[in-house]
Design a protein around this ligand. Structure first.
Ligand SMILES: NC(=O)c1ccc[n+]([C@@H]2O[C@H](COP(=O)([O-])OP(=O)(O)OC[C@H]3O[C@@H](n4cnc5c(N)ncnc54)[C@H](O)[C@@H]3O)[C@@H](O)[C@H]2O)c1
Length: 433
């Protein structure tokens, strides 16, 4: 089957590459010429484990191509996936400019039946609106279907998630489109991946409800951790025991400096905005956002309290991406923390294994280092903001000799407090008293 994927970001590039690995002929299209040039030169514009090998293999076998020519890609494809960005407007609602623009363009190009698949995260009702948009722009009245196929991959584990998803959601109002999309995902039947087929509206809602639930678990355990700090309980044991309850499960019960990334904060704000637009006050969504802001700010407060003020202090910040194994710094708690520490007069010396360039673009006026030891030179405090593997085995002796005074704030609780203290460090963490 010939398909094309519009948008070669985290979602589009991974989805397109993996679908070519399923045996489809895929053209990935992006309006960003520099990205397409990189891809055509064998370079991968994002940091995602396992992706470059998969791209190389499928390009070599002739099933995967990259282009800026949307018209040609649409013309030769039966299915057009859309994975462009859906950033937020100032009021928190979802900005659909990229999606609408691409759909209007596609509508102008189609001359025979197409399935247009929305993979971008879009508010409930968007597919309905896009159906009208296609009709407006396709005067010839060519047949088409709009399918909602939200994506659940996690950056840092995106290839594995796409190839072995927990479920595939297909929202469609036509049997014809449903069977075409099911055919694309047929390789997953072997893994007995559940396929949930539903209406477009329900599919759109499933994506927002899933992300809100995950963020809720994070914020819930963050608040429990904050109470643990005050009452002398250990959130590590609390979370482990709570997670043993099969009705709850152990995942996403790790306290830290708050959630970030390109999805959770924006998607929750979008759902709050959707609810508002239909006259519903989504109280949990709002509380969740405010708890998360508080959690990021708490890292600044605990650092300030520990150091007796931040002005003139040197702080080494380890980890800038919103989670390990990605270079994505969009809404990363570490970026917020770095900015706030700097605003209060601290000298921030930061290091990240993958996201230095991306962080520099967002926050040019802190000091960046190429390894964690040079970032720790002269520091009054090391803050571990993202739990990259290489921070799980820090060289404490070297750190101690380089720092102004040996102290670690382990916001992600990756160390055993007693062990770190035994090495002569003062140690702060989250919810372990
Ligand atoms: N990043 C994730 O982990 C993730 C997971 C699930 C869902 N999503 C959703 O998927 C969508 C895409 O997210 P992303 O992180 O991949 O975004 P991204 O910003 O990394 O990539 C979007 C791409 O679309 C391209 N683009 C924009 N306008 C275009 C146009 N008119 N024609 C062709 N290309 C165009 C951009 O150049 C960019 O390369 C969003 O709706 C997001 O919420 C993201």
């Amino acid at each position: 089957m010939n398909i094309c994927v519009v948008g070669t970001g985290y979602v589009g590039l991974v989805a397109g590459t993996c679908m070519s690995d399923f045996g489809m002929n895929v053209i990935c299209v992006d309006s960003d010429e520099s990205k397409i040039n990189m891809l055509n030169n064998g370079q991968i514009p994002i940091y995602e484990i396992g992706l470059s090998e998969l791209v190389r293999r499928n390009v070599k076998q002739g099933r995967l191509k990259f282009s800026t020519d949307l018209k040609e890609a649409v013309t030769r494809s039966l299915v057009v996936f859309i994975g462009v960005g859906t950033p937020e407007n100032d009021d928190g609602s979802s900005n659909l400019t990229q999606v609408r623009q691409v759909v209007a363009e596609i509508a102008g190009y189609i001359t025979d039946y197409k399935v247009i698949v929305i993979k971008s995260t879009v508010p409930v009702g968007t597919s309905r609106e896009l159906r009208e948009l296609v009709k407006q722009h396709n005067k010839a009245g060519v047949e088409f279907d709009i399918v909602s196929n939200p994506e659940f991959l996690r950056e840092g584990a995106a290839v594995g998630d796409f190839l072995r998803p927990d479920r595939v959601i297909i929202g469609a109002d036509s049997e014809r489109a449903l069977s075409i999309i099911k055919e694309i995902y047929r390789p997953l039947y072997l893994l007995e991946t559940p396929i949930v087929s539903t209406t477009n509206e329900t599919a759109e809602m499933i994506k927002y409800a899933s992300n809100t639930m995950l963020a809720l678990k994070i914020s819930f355990i963050n608040e429990i951790a904050n109470i643990c700090d005050k009452v002398g309980a250990d959130v590590y044991k609390v979370a482990t025991a709570v997670g043993m309850d099969k009705r709850i499960g152990p995942k996403f019960l790790h306290p830290g400096p708050g959630f970030g990334g390109s999805c959770f904060p924006k998607d929750i704000r979008a759902l709050v905005s959707t609810a508002e637009s239909v006259g519903y006050d989504f109280q949990i969504g709002k509380a969740l956002l405010s708890v998360n802001e508080h959690q990021k700010e708490l890292v600044v407060k605990k650092s300030r309290d520990f150091l007796g003020g931040l002005d003139g202090k040197t702080i080494c910040l380890l980890g800038l991406s919103f989670k390990p194994l990605t270079d994505d710094v969009r809404e990363a708690p570490a970026i917020h923390i770095a900015r706030r520490l700097k605003d209060e007069g601290a000298v921030v010396q930061a290091y990240d294994p993958a996201a230095l360039e991306q962080a520099r673009a967002q926050l040019p006026d802190i000091n960046y280092h190429d390894d964690y030891l040079s970032a720790a030179k002269g520091a009054d405090l090391v803050i571990i903001a993202t739990e990259w593997h290489e921070f799980r085995d820090l060289d404490f002796d070297q750190l101690k000799s380089l720092m102004n005074s040996p102290a670690i704030y382990d916001t992600r609780n990756i160390y055993d407090p007693a062990e770190v203290r035994k090495k002569g460090f003062k140690y702060i963490c989250t919810g372990r008293h």
